[in-house]
Write a protein that binds this ligand. Structure first.
Ligand SMILES: *Cc1c(COP(=O)(O)O)cnc(C)c1O
Ligand code: SF4
Length: 326
């Protein structure tokens, strides 16, 4: 079978810090030593995403999301390997249930981009992609819990799976009458818009479940015309589009940036959903904005945005049965 274009683009992404810095015309002395951080969680970024960064700017808000730095090796109290209690929430391999009526399926462990603040950067993704046996266990779990009417495909990034695999997953989920809604949590349309293939669009259009796609954008600079085009096509295929962001110090912790993000998302058919306070994962302490500053920012945003463009500011806390509003 021919390799799809998006997989070729993925393979051509940056995986060496030196190559990325050279492409961005940034002198290595302008950034901190990345060696140990990179060994722990290696750089990965598609060229499309890198092309949206400003050349020569070591503080570019897209670059800061993905560049390994020495700050990640600093010890910080309260930051751990499993900050949101994923290991306690695992029901069967690859399934997390924390909330009523919906499960989250770790469909694949892979991502197209490695975000330095990712709360799953230490998650023990054993199998790369959920296989046949695992899917039959997932279906058994659903049938044993008839109150579950929504399935969230997450990961990693579920759109890293091939269209063929996705189609089989969708068919199997749609075969259970209890499942009403399918949610896809993905960053791929943003970091690699070619992933929105005609085959994927046809699949979404055909799907009998109510489909939501929850994308992940932190800064308005991520929303290029190519990304906007891909997302408009997803919407035209009938999916509801929502966005979640993570509040990141030095990247999107300004009222102006977040107002522009919400406004631009709406222009391309995406509704703001969550603005997450950082999950306190080891290696990400330097991205955290404290809760008092977060609340100040929330008040500023509320006074600038219409209600429907205001993302819900939440913090995920292990053991609490919902994402806690701030
Ligand atoms: C975040 C999350 C969800 C989704 O929560 P919503 O509030 O419905 O968006 C579901 N399951 C798990 C395990 C989660 O971590
Ligand atoms: S799971 Fe999401 S936040 Fe984490 S590295 Fe992958 S794309 Fe980034």
């Amino acid at each position: 079978m021919q390799t799809p274009d998006w997989q070729k683009a993925l393979a051509g992404g940056f995986s060496r810090v030196a190559d990325l810095l050279e492409y961005l015309q940034i002198d290595p002395s302008a950034v901190s030593d990345h060696t140990r951080a990179n060994a722990q969680f290696p750089l990965r970024v598609p060229r499309e995403f890198a092309s949206l960064m400003t050349k020569g700017d070591p503080r570019d808000p897209l670059l800061l999301q993905i560049l390994p730095t020495a700050s990640e090796m600093a010890q910080a109290t309260g930051f751990s390997i499993d900050p949101v209690g994923d290991s306690q929430a695992k029901q069967v391999p690859g399934v997390l249930q924390k909330y009523h009526g919906r499960i989250l399926v770790i469909a694949t462990g892979a991502c197209a981009i490695h975000c330095r603040y990712c709360f799953r950067r230490h998650y023990p993704y054993a199998g790369a992609t959920a296989g046949e046996r695992q899917w039959s266990e997932i279906l058994d779990y659903l049938q044993a819990h008839p109150e579950i009417d929504e399935v969230i495909l997450s990961g990693g990034d579920p759109l890293m799976a091939s269209d063929r695999k996705l189609e089989r997953w969708l068919q199997r989920l749609a075969s259970l009458p209890q499942v009403k809604r399918l949610r896809i949590h993905t960053r791929l349309p943003v970091v690699l818009p070619q992933r929105i293939t005609p085959e994927l669009l046809a699949m979404l259009e055909k799907c009998t479940l109510d489909t939501l796609m929850v994308i992940h954008v932190n800064h308005p600079n991520e929303l290029s015309p190519a990304v906007a085009g891909a997302l408009r096509a997803v919407r035209a295929a009938g999916a509801t589009l929502l966005n979640q962001s993570v509040l990141l110090r030095g990247i999107n912790d300004s009222c102006d940036t977040l107002v522009r993000l919400s406004t631009r998302l709406f222009e391309i058919g995406v509704m703001p959903y969550y603005l997450h306070l950082l999950d306190r994962v080891e290696g990400a302490a330097h991205f955290e904005l404290d809760e008092a500053a977060s609340r100040r920012l929330q008040r500023q945003l509320l006074s600038k945005l219409p209600g429907y463009l205001m993302p819900r500011m939440v913090r995920e806390t292990a053991g609490i049965p919902y994402k806690r509003p701030i």
